[in-house]
Design a protein around this ligand. Structure first.
Ligand code: PLP
Length: 405
């Protein structure tokens, strides 16, 4: 029989958030075991409902959405996106520089496919949201990971970034607010990143899907607003802020100087055309979503579910001997450190599997976020307090007797 193997393009691609640990959890579920899955940031599955006005828009626009749209998206959606970024301080962009996508995910792969030749390098944070590394690899490039420093609020280490720029580096990716760490970058830090990008003529890709999920009265600053001269691609979407991850609704904005990137933009236009258009029904909700009242806000204030769950999980994790965790400022993830010596942890995936087998709770190991040490894991703190409390109690109990073999 002729054997079919996956293409060599996939040899260096991994995406562990939905990888082997999830497959094992699914196998256990198939055997009738209940698993608490804390592996994906999917608000709807934890009882976070999309705002009613969004659902009304979907129903009201169903008839209007039967056909394909312009490849970049419908006018009302792109106009709303344009106004959103005007208010965030963007300059040097027009409605033609805005593209809708089937989630940010599609646009990430599109951006990398359009830019990268074999052997090109892209600076990607460590830890990262692993689709960035996977997309660089899929496009034939090398994701060169720069360190985000846990001791410094998980901010990118600028010296490390500088030391990793080579003549093959084409771009730098930042994820702000950050998944998996929950960090929110200061203007000063963004200015430092801009200096490096300016000096080495790097394209900036800024993944800002959590920009409306910021706590403690802090404000999100978009890097593009600080660097109107630099070509920057800002990505965002409604999966998280409007709890509609299943609608696959995202967009990107190309801002800054563009004379030197015309050819790349032509490539992006072609890739956008090749997928015809993004989900038109989802495009119809963007105008409503971005204008006016933001229902997410009340979930992020004291008394709100995400805020209270963050308070709980941060304290409960730090109370477990051998675990420490930086308090997240945004999004809904926490990325605790585990004392590998104390528990003899050499393989963090094994640690996650051992915990899954014993306690039926699914976490994601740090290496799934391209960490080069086995000393972290990520918890999605979207489940309600009793489930989070069950998780931290289970973790404390599990670790009390754990030493990896
Ligand atoms: N970027 C980051 C940082 C994410 O955390 C996620 C989803 O978890 C995505 C992009 C993908 O989002 P979308 O649902 O828009 O494809």
């Amino acid at each position: 029989m002729r054997e079919f193997k996956k293409s060599a393009k996939l040899d260096h691609v991994s995406y562990d958030v939905r990888g082997p640990v999830l497959e094992e959890a699914d196998r256990m579920q198939a055997r009738g075991i209940d698993i608490l899955k804390l592996n994906t940031g999917n608000p709807a599955t934890f009882g976070f409902k999309a705002p009613n006005e969004i659902i009304h828009d979907v129903i009201a626009n169903a008839r209007e959405s039967e056909g394909y749209s312009d490849s970049k998206g419908i006018f009302s959606a792109r106009k709303a996106i344009q106004q959103y970024y005007q208010l965030k301080g963007f300059e040097n962009f027009t409605i033609n520089d805005i593209y809708t996508g089937n989630g940010v995910s599609e646009l990430i792969t599109m951006c990398m496919q359009g830019l990268i030749n074999n052997g090109d390098e892209v600076l990607v944070p460590m830890p990262d949201y692993p689709l960035w590394t996977a997309s660089v690899s899929l496009a034939g490039g090398n994701a060169v990971h720069y360190v985000c420093d846990e001791q410094a609020e998980w901010f990118p280490d600028i010296d490390d970034i500088k030391s990793k720029v080579t003549d093959r580096t084409k771009a730098i990716v930042i994820i702000n607010p950050n998944n998996p760490t929950g960090a929110l970058y200061s203007e000063e830090l963004l200015q430092d990143i801009i200096k490096v990008a300016r000096e080495h003529q790097l394209i900036i890709f800024s993944d800002e899907i959590y920009d409306r999920l910021v706590m403690d009265g802090l404000e999100h600053t978009s890097i593009a607003a600080l660097a109107p001269d630099l070509f920057t691609v800002t990505l965002n979407g409604l999966s998280k802020s409007h709890r509609v991850a299943g609608f696959r609704c995202g967009w990107m904005v190309l801002s800054g100087e563009k004379t030197h990137v015309q050819d790349y933009i032509e490539g992006l236009n072609m890739l956008a055309s090749m997928r015809l258009c993004s989900n038109v029904l989802s495009q119809h909700i963007i105008q409503t979503a971005l204008g006016g009242y933001q229902s997410i806000d009340k979930l992020l204030l004291p008394g709100g579910r995400i805020y209270e769950q963050r308070e709980f999980i941060t304290k409960a994790l730090n109370d477990i001997p051998g675990i420490s965790a930086v308090k997240p400022k945004a999004a809904f993830y926490i990325f605790p450190k585990i004392d590998t010596e104390k528990f003899n942890i050499l393989d963090d995936e094994q640690f996650v599997l051992d915990f899954l087998h014993e306690k039926h709770i699914l976490l994601v190991h740090g290496k799934g976020f391209n960490m080069d040490t086995p000393d972290h894991f990520r918890i999605v703190y979207l489940p309600k307090l009793e489930d989070l409390s069950h998780t931290t109690d289970s973790l404390a109990d599990f670790l009390a007797g754990y030493r990896q073999k």
